[in-house]
Design a protein. Structure first.
Lengths: 351, 353
């Protein structure tokens, strides 16, 4: 017992960085436990002796955990800097930041495309005309048919906004994990786990640090790998002379110009514009009327939709979900190993 | 400005509250419990009932444990008051912390609430601006002779109308999501802040005296232990976790970047969204054209992606991390309750978080 105590007091000299904080915490705890045991022994209070012994077992468990983490530090670093995951970025964390920046650019571009289409459509839909002399006259909204396109665009905007928010959240979480996970949250977790009162919180923080450091960027990188496989398949289609079903870059649909005073019923066919875009156009649509132009614009938008799905679903939705799922699953497993009974289902509900 | 020193101030701190309110109540509860135990012991002796005598002895030990816990709390509070989070941060080369643990926890949540409110302000500015400009209606008289004037309106009205700045439905759809999210983040930060203030002012007032009393009552020990465990965990772990997260201020509560790569500034999105009519803006708006009107609301400061990002980071600061602090606190409740010899299932309570 005495030798073990001396060994514990010498432990701080053997470590560096967070390991030294952990070793100091263990040494402090060991001294406190020794004090409690001595008081229990001196006053013949068996409860105190039992408490000191029980806590000493917890201290040994913590030592094993720290040894595993210390040994695992090399493993974590080797996983983190593994070429297969990190690529040219150096570490998994840097790679995930680069991927997220790329996704963010794609989704922002998607929002820009949607906004441009929305503006074109709304300007066309707002076109109208009025004519009156001495208070007698009429007003028409010849392009009202375009209004039907506003609702789906608004809904699409909501989805893209959500996607941008997801990616921004992930960027912030990765940034926090890069700055604080291993050099702040982990040692504090070890420190807190040493004392009985804060053991639950300490175990939780240890699990949080490891999960954020490894699983969060891993989820982002795995999703990127899946996406690359998917895109490779699309590229094969292009090589075979077929049109890729889901182009990776969002494309804008052409919105046809409408003539506000052209109602089609008053006999006014002023300023009928030509169809600018014809792909996906149904044969029965008459592009000489405003209604036909609205329908044509709708069909153009429908064809462009697929180019948005890749950025929205594969990158901005699947990526964060996969990363958070991996992190929460890891958090659940590691909190259990660290001896903290934390119900992380509340965190799962964020997904 | 947030009132600090709620726990550690010399005048209005926790100590007068503890000594003036809690300790007398605990003393009453201890006295009543001790009397009940004494009566039970005497009855046990008088009736020669060893079960009653043994129960009395056991309860006396538990009463001692309860009273010792209550005396342990001021020690913990004074320790937390003397810990400087700036120095703690210094160990890890972090320069964001300052003040004691209780003040740091309070400051973190107050700063988070301000941060989330700034997100609300920025998103709202965009929503209001886009709504106003999208309804701008231009009237173009037939027979234009220049400067927007047409002869079609000289004797009656013959004109086309158009909304040249219309079409922000998709943008506003995206901003609406961010607006709802940032409001939730703001409410969440305020909610966690009020829980913290309640812990500082009212929690122990109820839980400690009740805990002392109930722990010695037959069949009520788990409930009494829960009272103790919650009082201790919320006084120790909850502020500690928040103070630790407060040290991550430098990465957690920074404004997102705009398209130019600079941090966004909430001062660029103040409340002057509606142009002043006294300055002649209505006349300007009706004759100056679409771009003139647009510049009244967005003169290079429209940052839709930045605004949405701000709402997202407010979610991380105002909901995600405070929830983690609460989860760690609840985990600690289980541990502390076990210290008092009782197993407590808090899974239902956790699901409420």
């Amino acid at each position: 017992m005495k030798r073990l105590m001396v060994l514990l007091l010498l432990v701080p000299l053997a470590f560096a960085a967070w390991q030294s904080v952990a070793a100091m915490a263990m040494a402090t705890s060991a001294i406190l436990l020794a004090g409690i045991y001595i008081i229990g022994f001196g006053l013949s209070i068996s409860e105190l002796q039992i408490l000191a012994k029980e806590e000493f077992f917890q201290l040994i468990a913590l030592m094993v955990m720290i040894a595993a983490l210390w040994g695992g530090d090399g493993i974590l670093n080797s996983v983190s800097t593994n070429m297969a995951f990190a690529g040219d970025a150096g570490t998994m964390q840097n790679a995930s930041v680069i991927i997220l920046a790329d996704w963010r650019a794609n989704v922002s571009s998607a929002l820009g495309g949607l906004a441009a289409m929305d503006q074109s459509i709304s300007i066309e839909a707002s076109k109208g005309g009025q004519c009156n002399i001495f208070g007698i006259g009429y007003s028409v909204s010849g392009c009202g048919g375009y209004s039907m396109l506003a609702a789906p665009l608004s809904m699409a905007g909501g989805i893209v906004g959500f996607a941008i928010a997801e990616i921004a959240s992930m960027e912030r979480l990765v940034q926090i994990s890069m700055n604080y996970a291993l050099n702040f949250i982990l040692p504090l977790g070890i420190l807190l786990r040493t004392f009985k009162m804060t053991r639950g919180a300490g175990g939780f923080m240890i699990a949080l640090a490891v999960s954020m450091h490894i699983m969060l960027p891993a989820g982002i990188i795995f999703n990127s790998m899946l996406a690359e496989t998917f895109l490779a398949d699309q590229a094969t289609l292009a090589e075979e002379g077929k049109t890729p079903e889901y182009p990776p870059v969002p494309a804008e649909a052409t919105i046809m110009e409408c003539t506000g005073m052209d109602t089609g019923v008053i006999g006014d066919s002023e300023g009928i514009s030509t169809a600018v875009k014809t792909y996906g156009l149904a044969a029965s649509v008459d592009t000489s009327t405003n209604e036909g132009k609205a329908v044509t614009s709708y069909l153009n938008m429908r064809n462009a939709l697929r180019s948005y799905l890749y950025a929205m679903l594969i990158e901005a939705t699947m990526g964060p979900i996969l990363a958070l799922l991996l992190m929460v699953a890891s958090l659940r497993a590691l909190t259990s190993i660290a001896g903290a009974e934390v119900d992380v289902s509340a965190v799962s509900r964020f997904i | 400005m947030v009132e600090l020193n709620m726990m550690c101030g010399s005048g209005a701190g926790f100590s007068p509250f503890m000594t003036g309110t809690i300790l007398p109540l605990v003393a009453y509860a201890t006295f009543i419990t001790a009397m009940l135990i004494a009566i039970s012991f005497m009855l046990g002796r008088a009736l020669s009932n060893p079960k009653l005598t043994l129960w009395s002895k056991t309860e006396l030990v538990q009463l001692f444990v309860s009273a010792a816990t209550v005396l342990f709390i001021p020690l913990v509070v004074s320790t937390f008051c003397s810990v400087d989070m700036g120095e703690v941060g210094g160990i890890f080369d972090i320069t964001d912390g300052s003040g004691n643990i209780y003040d740091s926890a309070q400051r973190y949540l107050a700063d988070t609430a301000v941060y989330a409110h700034n997100a609300v302000t920025v998103v709202r500015y965009h929503l209001e601006g886009y709504t106003v400009i999208s309804y701008f209606n231009a009237l173009m008289c037939e027979g234009q002779i220049g400067g927007g004037i047409g002869i079609g309106c000289f004797f009656g009205q013959g004109s086309d109308s158009i909304q040249p700045l219309g079409g922000y439905g998709a943008t506003m759809g995206a901003l609406n999501v961010a607006f709802n999210s940032s409001i939730m983040s703001y409410f969440s930060a305020m909610n966690f802040l009020f829980i913290l203030l309640f812990v500082y002012r009212g929690f122990v007032f109820l839980f400690l005296p009740l805990g002392v009393f109930l722990r010695s009552m037959p069949y009520m020990r788990p409930f009494g232990s829960l009272m103790f465990a919650m009082a201790l965990s919320f006084l120790i772990v909850y502020p500690l976790m928040l103070a630790i997260f407060g040290l991550m201020h430098g990465a957690l509560l920074i404004a997102p970047q705009n398209a130019a790569g600079h941090p966004m500034d909430v001062a660029s999105y103040n409340e002057k969204i509606f142009p002043e009519s006294e300055t002649g803006s209505e006349l300007g708006g009706s004759t100056g054209g679409a771009e003139y009107v647009r510049a009244l609301y967005f003169s290079g400061n429209d940052e839709v992606v930045g605004a949405i990002s701000w709402a997202a980071t407010a979610f991380i600061a105002g909901i995600f991390f405070p929830t983690l602090a609460m989860l760690a606190t609840l985990a600690s409740v289980s541990y502390v309750a076990r210290l008092y010899g009782d197993e407590i299932d808090l899974s239902k309570l956790t699901q409420m978080v």
